[in-house]
Design a protein around this ligand. Structure first.
Ligand SMILES: Cc1ncc(C[n+]2csc(CCOP(=O)(O)OP(=O)(O)O)c2C)c(N)n1
Ligand SMILES: [Mg+2]
Length: 250
């Protein structure tokens, strides 16, 4: 998709691919034929620049035809660079401006808590995205309200746009920060689908706290020349690179 469009964010697509696969093909409860079912689990793709991975997961899960993926970022396509809930079923909320997904997810989780509803709310943020102050205001509220129906997953690939997170505005110890805000924190290998499934599918009932899952990942995972390479945040492959990447991925 990124090669065809000559646009996109392959590094962050690949770091989050195993998280999205585990969510859409194991953890989340939904019916793609009834995308607005009030009982569905909610998923907010806060790192909205990673639509290559997100749209692939939605198409694979049956929300729309895989043929639509060929229109990625073409003029008038419903598959914008950043997801738009008015264009596509399965998109809970528009994202792209970083730092907005968690506040929206907290609002959704509060609504569920007030209604006594059974659905869970999940949100995936980047790690550079954690530098946005809006996350910490939302996190404070979630801890205060003991939103056990809320899970935030942090794609901890240690790279943001153009630099490493720890060289820009260091986040470590990120786990202690979230614990101090009243969250339960789990640290996992974000490319181990069994670990991802186990931590996300455990029942939240009685936890009494929101859950923060710090998923250690590799930006550009799966393609040797993209692995942990900051140039591939929004790099696009030429034909030779594309062919090599496809050989390595399949
Ligand atoms: C508010 C805001 N500022 C800047 C950008 C431009 N931008 C897009 S992605 C990105 C870096 C995000 O890094 P990270 O959250 O670590 O994502 P990942 O590594 O998973 O791609 C930036 C600065 C944006 N989308 N929104
Ligand atoms: Mg990152």
């Amino acid at each position: 998709m990124v090669y065809e469009a000559q646009l996109g964010h392959p590094g962050g697509d690949f770091s989050s691919a195993d998280l999205l696969a585990s969510l859409y093909f194991g953890v989340l409860r939904f019916d793609p034929k009834v995308p607005n079912d009030p009982r569905r689990d909610r998923f907010v793709m806060s790192k909205g620049h990673c639509t290559g991975a997100f749209y692939s997961a939605l198409a694979g899960a049956g929300f729309f035809s895989e043929d639509l993926l060929d229109t990625y970022m073409q003029p008038m396509s419903r598959l914008n660079g950043h997801p738009n809930r008015n264009y596509l079923p399965g998109v809970e909320t528009n994202t792209g401006p970083l730092g907005h997904g968690l506040p929206v997810a907290v609002g959704i989780a509060i609504a569920g808590q007030i209604d006594g509803a059974d659905f869970r709310t999940f949100v995936l943020t980047g790690d550079g995205e954690q530098q946005e102050g809006s996350n910490w205001e939302a996190g404070l509220t979630a801890g205060h309200r003991r939103l056990e129906n809320l899970t935030m997953i942090i794609d901890r690939n240690r790279l943001q746009q153009g630099a490493r997170t720890e060289d820009t505005a260091g986040l470590d110890p990120l786990d202690d920060k979230w614990r101090a805000f009243g969250w339960q924190v789990e640290i996992i290998d974000g490319h181990d689908c069994q670990q991802i499934y186990d931590v996300l599918s455990a029942s939240p009932k009685g936890r009494g706290k929101p859950l923060c899952v710090i998923a250690n990942t590799v930006k550009g995972k799966g393609v040797s020349f993209m692995n942990d390479n900051v140039a591939w945040h929004h790099g696009v492959p030429n034909q030779e690179q594309y062919e090599q990447a496809m050989r390595e991925l399949v």
